[in-house]
Design a protein around this ligand. Structure first.
Ligand code: PLP
Length: 394
């Protein structure tokens, strides 16, 4: 353990772990919508949907008020209902599993690969039963999951794959952008993500049936398409055919998202640059395990996570976390394994069902990574991490 009190921080202001980038083009795009005839359900939403579908090379895109709503809609479109089992990872934000509960389904947690932290296909296979309706892999930190293996397991058994790519807009898997590979793919536009619309999400798919269900779910289960009505109606007529929600994205948000899309490649390039600076600088820290990149994928680097080799350190993860925070480095932890949350514990999930995820969780720290970080910010993180590793080194 360190013997003296830590020196005062060299950085005066807290560097957050994530931050959006908004410039004058973004502001002008939103103002233009404010002066237009449509604040919601207008041309900007359609334009954004076309733009993102084209970018990921998918036939269809349906936008939603947030990524969680998008996942909920995807579960509905996949036909997930009471007591259907859906396999997902515990190493994710609660939304990836909550969307299953919303539909009355049962989240089943498979363990992760110790190198990529993504779902381990062998563990997924062990959890498949007659009642498995879908798999929700998460492209954790922006690195695509092992999609070929997961899709192969699913295709053989008629299981639907809903990819949670909240972290992975712009990421590639075997030369193809994620978004057109799985049955449905979700992207989130929360301000910490690759691009932002304030709040927002999208599902991309190549399946017309899913597309139509998603559209209808987003607006109360209502359709104005006369060909699907249960009875003949006038031109004003519409039908609510199932219980849907108001999960629409507004045109204000869509305009911001369109403008952000134009900067996406630059954002990702900047993220990659920062990640490679970290990789280079921390290669000399034996106390750290650095992010592993599988050959099949190209990450969009949403998060940069270090894993602490606690056997080489005199402190716990929380000691290191507090020491970094003391230096004004805004660290975070992604994620508490979902089934350890009190709500899931109350549902009866036992501890230790995914021992690899739990072990890695206890060793993880997320470092700041976002395009607006200056070189000085990056250097500050590197200096602080190195200093703290030395201080706590055994
Ligand atoms: C992996 C993952 N899935 C789902 C979500 C939910 O997205 P949103 O915050 O847009 O509802 C998030 C975002 O926080 C996420 O990180």
């Amino acid at each position: 353990m360190p013997t003296s009190n830590p020196a005062p921080p060299e950085r005066e202001q807290l560097l957050p772990y994530a931050r959006h980038w908004i410039d004058d083009d973004d502001i002008a795009a939103v103002v233009q919508v404010l002066r237009s005839d449509y604040l919601t359900c207008g041309p900007a939403v359609e334009q954004f949907e076309r733009k993102i579908a084209e970018y990921v090379d998918a036939a269809y895109a349906v936008s939603f008020s947030n990524g969680t709503a998008a996942l909920h809609a995807a579960c509905h479109a996949a036909g997930i209902g009471l007591a259907d089992q859906v396999i997902t990872t515990p190493m994710t934000f609660a939304a990836s599993a909550n969307c299953i509960l919303y539909q009355g389904g049962i989240p089943v947690f498979a363990d992760i690969d110790e190198r990529t932290y993504n779902l381990d296909p062998e563990s997924v296979e062990r959890e498949i039963t007659e009642d498995t309706k879908a798999i929700i892999p998460v492209d954790f930190t922006g690195q695509p999951a092992d999609l070929d293996s997961i899709l192969e397991l699913a295709r053989k058994r008629g299981i639907i794959v809903i990819e949670d790519a909240a972290h992975a807009l712009g990421a590639e898997y075997k030369g193809q952008k994620v978004g057109g590979i799985s049955d449905m793919t979700m992207f989130s536009f929360h301000p910490a993500k690759l691009i932002t619309s304030g709040e927002g999400g999208v599902i991309t798919t190549n399946n017309k049936t899913y597309y139509e269900r998603l559209l209808q779910f987003r607006t109360h289960g209502i359709t104005r398409d006369a060909s699907s009505w249960n009875k003949a109606g006038s031109r004003w007529y519409y039908e609510m055919q199932f219980l849907g929600y108001n999960y629409r994205l507004s045109d204000l948000q869509a305009a911001l998202a369109i403008s952000q899309m134009d900067k996406l490649e630059n954002f990702i390039a900047r993220r990659k640059h920062i990640a490679s600076k970290y990789n280079e600088a921390f290669a000399e820290c034996p106390q750290l395990q650095l992010p592993y990149q599988a050959q099949a994928g190209v990450s969009s680097w949403h998060l940069y996570i270090i894993q602490l080799r606690l056997e080489q350190l005199s402190g716990t993860r929380d000691d290191i976390y507090e020491a970094l925070l003391h230096e004004n480095i805004g660290v975070n932890v992604h994620y508490i394994p979902v089934y350890l949350h009190p709500h899931y514990q109350k549902l009866g999930y036992p501890e230790r069902i995914c021992p690899k995820a739990e072990r890695i969780y206890e060793r993880m720290i997320t470092l700041p990574l976002f395009p607006a970080m200056s070189e000085q910010d990056v250097d500050d993180v590197i200096r602080s991490v190195r200093r703290i590793m030395e201080r706590y080194s055994i």
